[in-house]
Design a protein around this ligand. Structure first.
Ligand code: C5P
Length: 285
């Protein structure tokens, strides 16, 4: 039996625009995504000689074939014609789920990376990312990692310059948002403000953190905030300690803020922890 170890990193959407609904029911997106240091740990035993299993340290996460990490192993083995003779996956969970942080997709991407490495890297990173699209829309980016422009359903990736070093505070409130429902809602509202992805790309190229922070924008943020005003409370705490910019990530419900220093991030983190169990300090990875 062999055991593989792989880190699974969360993502933030620095920008997220929904361009329109497609014939397949999905939506065309344009989003600048960023990998951050909040991580799950994924361990995979190969050659157990037993039926496949999955364990997760957090409650409420499916431990059967509906888990994206399990699906990723299935997709990889079937695409590459591999039979590992039994797989046991163990996930140590730190990325909160239902947050828009891509936790399930990160675990799936970690499984794809680990299996690809184990079998001698038959797939390039981009080919592995393409395979990841069969598992979920955020999986391709989670395979690639870093800073990237993500388009289509989530499968078209273009590497961007690394985000400058900075400190994020990430806070997940106690409610979660159903992603399909949110996409249905966005179809029925007029989007008032679209992110300026071109300007964001230039700001990244210039390494200008102030501009990057000014340009963070997510079309889902006002839709979710309209029903959950506590997002404004979280933002106001970040704002009062000098946040350069703040926004919801993905389909929510987590808010992230770019803070001016680690010290301010620590103060905000401690304040938010009085009300919320899931508050983190994170860096770009
Ligand atoms: O691909 P994934 O399973 O992560 O998507 C979850 C749901 O989010 C989809 O069923 C769909 O309702 C919505 N979605 C979408 N357009 C995208 C990504 C997700 O409509 N580009």
């Amino acid at each position: 039996m062999t055991t593989l170890y792989e880190g699974a990193f969360a993502k933030l959407n620095l920008t997220l625009d929904v361009l329109g609904k497609r014939e397949d029911g999905y939506h065309d997106l344009k989003s600048v995504m960023q990998t951050i240091s909040i991580r799950d740990d994924v361990e995979i035993d190969l050659g157990t000689g037993k039926p496949w299993t999955l364990e997760c340290s957090a409650e409420g996460i499916p431990t059967d074939s509906s888990n994206l990490a399990w699906k990723a192993a299935e997709v990889f083995c079937s695409a590459m014609g591999k039979d590992p003779d039994g797989i046991a996956i163990r996930i140590t969970k730190r990325i909160p789920s239902g947050a828009g942080l891509g936790g399930g997709s990160a675990d799936a991407a970690a499984v794809l990376r680990a299996l690809n490495k184990h079998y001698g890297s038959p797939l390039s990173v981009l080919a592995l990312a393409e395979l990841g699209a069969q598992v979920g829309s955020d999986v391709p980016f989670c395979v690639l990692c870093g800073t990237a422009m993500v388009e289509g359903r989530g499968e078209r990736l273009r590497k961007l310059p690394d985000m400058p070093e900075c400190v994020f505070v990430v806070c997940k409130p106690d409610f979660s948002v159903s992603t399909p429902e949110l996409y249905r809602k966005i179809d029925s509202v007029a989007i008032a403000r679209h992110p300026d992805n071109t300007a964001m790309e230039s700001a990244l190229l210039a390494g200008d953190l102030g501009k990057i922070a000014d340009l963070i924008e997510n079309v889902f943020d006002p839709v979710v905030t309209a029903e959950h005003l506590e997002l404004n409370y979280i933002k106001s705490i970040c704002n009062s300690y000098g946040a350069l910019g703040m926004q919801m990530t993905g389909s929510g419900s987590a808010i992230f803020a770019i803070m001016p220093s680690f010290e301010y991030a620590a103060v905000v983190c401690n304040m938010l922890k009085e009300n919320y169990p899931n508050v983190f300090i994170a860096m770009p990875v």
